[in-house]
Design a protein around this ligand. Structure first.
Ligand SMILES: *Cc1c(COP(=O)(O)O)cnc(C)c1O
Length: 467
């Protein structure tokens, strides 16, 4: 399978190169030139498969030629063996035909584990094949950093440096990063804010000379194709558990960068009967405004009780636009340029096609807390604030009560104490595998908001150099 850029001006790549590359050189994002398609009969035949074996059926076509079938089967079994629930994706019923699929039983209690646990292993495999080593550098305000660290901690060929804003992430989130053991894990607390961290990462990717040519920097942010790919599987798994593919499904997805919901769109293109996908946003509602008014208008970042959805630009939306514009790279380059300037509208046909499948909604913090309270009083089940936004959107936009509506439960509520307190409810206990988190030993280095000092620290601490 070949991968092409959404802006049409970059050479097509194989999976291995896409894995190790971030943006395409023309500024676009990589997508497969052709998706695999499965018949209903074939999908039906997967009903009895456990999660990792289903993942093999769905993902094998994307990685064929990169890894042998046996190695890939083993890799997937290892990846999902670290999850804290035997079902991997258990379902919680909220009402008649209404569900939450719990994607938070991985090591860091958020759905990003599904992709990053696999990504770390895929990267290590690619580097091993090439006899290379790499450095992962990322900035985090919470979920991504810990999931990346957990995903890479066993990788022999990767050093990982994660920057977080000093004293500006929650205790649980910091400890999920700083208590992970491993010589290749480096947490840096920057005396600055999240934007400072992000800028330093971006500048470091632009000029990697501080690594002296010995290693490459690899990005694990949500534009990485392998992350999207891994997320396709749970749409199939849940659908099969609820009578799919012979019943159609609707999914509501708490959305930030549009990675998770784009995976649902791909599942549908690959043959899974999905009638509706709901884009659920918080006050950072650029996509909801685009969908409801056909007006793209960037606005400043709002800090909310659902911080993992606090974004200004939804990067992966470009991948959907590419299809909506019949894969016309030039049109996408033009449209992205307009969006980069802060304002754009979609052509009528493209918007109509988007609205066929997608609905959207947004929730502010008080609506989020109301939903947490409401669902708790209806069922005794405690939602995290991101999932609550999904449930609200699901109820607001539902097209048919005959079709099961499934909200993606993207995080465990224990990670978001502020929202639980604001909703007036009691914090649950940490899950059993994290029960001693607050007493584990932490390791991190505080550095000033200065790129040169951060890069010098990285050059000194790259694992391979002391061995
Ligand atoms: C990252 C994240 C999201 C948003 O996912 P996208 O793929 O960026 O749309 C939603 N909820 C939680 C808890 C997250 O960590």
């Amino acid at each position: 399978m070949k991968y092409i850029s959404t802006r049409g001006q970059a050479p097509a790549l194989e999976f291995e190169d896409v894995l190790l590359t971030g943006l395409a050189p023309d500024g676009g994002l990589y997508v497969p030139d052709q998706l695999p398609h499965f018949s209903l009969e074939e999908i039906r035949s997967w009903r009895e498969l456990p999660y990792d074996q289903l993942a093999f059926k769905i993902l094998q076509p994307f990685v064929a030629g990169f890894i042998s079938n046996d190695d890939f089967r083993t890799m997937l079994a290892d990846t999902y063996a670290v999850f804290g629930h035997k079902a991997i994706v258990p379902l919680q019923q909220l009402d008649h035909n209404e569900y939450v699929m719990e994607l938070f039983h991985g090591p860091t209690l958020a759905f990003k584990d599904f992709a990053l646990q696999l990504l770390g292993r895929l990267l290590d495999h690619a580097l091993e094949k090439r006899g290379e080593k790499a450095v992962i550098m990322g900035a985090t305000s919470g979920d991504t950093g810990s999931a990346a660290i957990e995903g890479c901690k066993r990788c022999d060929n990767i050093d990982i440096f994660i920057l977080h804003p000093h004293q500006r992430v929650s205790d649980v989130q910091r400890r999920q990063m700083t208590t992970v053991k491993g010589d290749n894990i480096h947490n840096i607390a920057i005396e600055g804010n999240f934007d400072d961290c992000q800028r330093m990462v971006k500048e470091s990717f632009g000029d990697q000379s501080f690594l002296k040519g010995e290693r490459r920097l690899v990005a694990v942010n949500s534009i990485n194709w392998a992350r999207i790919m891994a997320q396709i599987v749970y749409y199939f798994y849940t659908s099969l558990n609820l009578g799919g593919p012979d019943r159609h499904m609707a999914f509501s997805v708490p959305t930030g960068n549009f990675g998770d919901i784009f995976a649902g769109y791909l599942a549908r293109k690959m043959g899974l009967p999905i009638d509706q996908l709901v884009i659920a946003t918080n006050e950072n509602d650029v996509l909801h405004r685009l969908m409801s008014q056909n007006q793209y208008q960037a606005k400043p970042l709002a800090h909310t009780l659902s911080p993992s959805m606090d974004i200004v630009v939804s990067s992966n939306f470009e991948r959907l636009l590419f299809d909506l514009y019949d894969r016309d790279g030039q049109a996408i380059a033009g449209l992205m340029d307009e969006m980069g300037h802060g304002e754009a509208t979609l052509d009528k046909d493209s918007m109509a096609r988007a609205r066929d499948l997608f609905d959207s909604d947004s929730a502010d913090d008080s609506q989020t807390c109301n939903t947490i309270r409401q669902v708790f009083s209806e069922t005794g089940y405690l939602l995290d604030p991101h999932t609550a936004i999904g449930v609200k959107a699901a109820r607001q936009t539902r097209r048919s009560h005959q079709v099961p509506m499934i909200t993606l439960g993207t995080a465990h509520p224990v990670k978001f104490a502020d929202a639980v307190a604001e909703a007036g409810l009691t914090m649950p206990d940490l899950p059993h595998h994290l029960a001693d988190l607050m007493t584990r030993e932490e390791r991190y280095t505080v550095l000033p908001n200065d790129r040169q000092q951060v890069q010098a620290f990285m050059a000194e601490n790259v694992f391979g150099q002391d061995h």
